[in-house]
Design a protein around this ligand. Sequence first.
Ligand code: SF4
Ligand code: SF4
Length: 204
Amino acid sequence: MADINIIHNYPKMGIPMGKLKPKRVRKNIELTLWERLYIFEIIRGMHITTIHFFLNLLGFIFPPKGKKRRIMTVYYPEEKLTLPVAYRGRPVLVMRENGTEKCVACGLCEKICPASAITIIAEEKENGERFPAAYTLDMARCVYCGYCEEVCPKEAIVMSAEYEGLARRNRQNLRFSKDKLLRPEKSVKDRIEYIRGIYAKCNY
Ligand code: SF4
Ligand code: SF4
């Protein structure tokens, strides 16, 4: 559970995602004569890059009053963006307040996973309740499709906003066991609310 603290210890940049307007995509891939001459396009590219360089530099040296800087640049990893709730980061298991997992080891997520990234060993408690004695998620295989989250009848696995700790030299280190996957329910509350909305709308 130590990595939860790492995630929440940094200041976050509250930049509204609505500001990131998508640019128009040019579908015509036929180059004009001007573009085929190439050299002018290189000069145009250098011109744009130089303008951005000086704008960023000036925005950094002369920030507006009360602000750290004018330009929207995120100084990762010291700063982080607040990700939208629709973002699909690494899947995590949801933990109840008493520290137990919500998962009932039904095996649906294991079955549906297109990358065969999930392995579950199910057991039964004395009262007949099923639980995952072992739950392994291989993040070297996961394709972040979200099917596991969508299929789960218990809201026990969700796509979190976590995207760190997934670059390792050894693939074995990307095999996360149950204790590394469990997250308190309140830390993924927004995502749970979100998926209730989208899956209720699309599937039922
Ligand atoms: S997000 Fe997709 S690939 Fe990753 S574990 Fe879930 S079902 Fe498998
Ligand atoms: S679908 Fe949900 S309840 Fe079933 S095994 Fe997967 S995480 Fe557990």
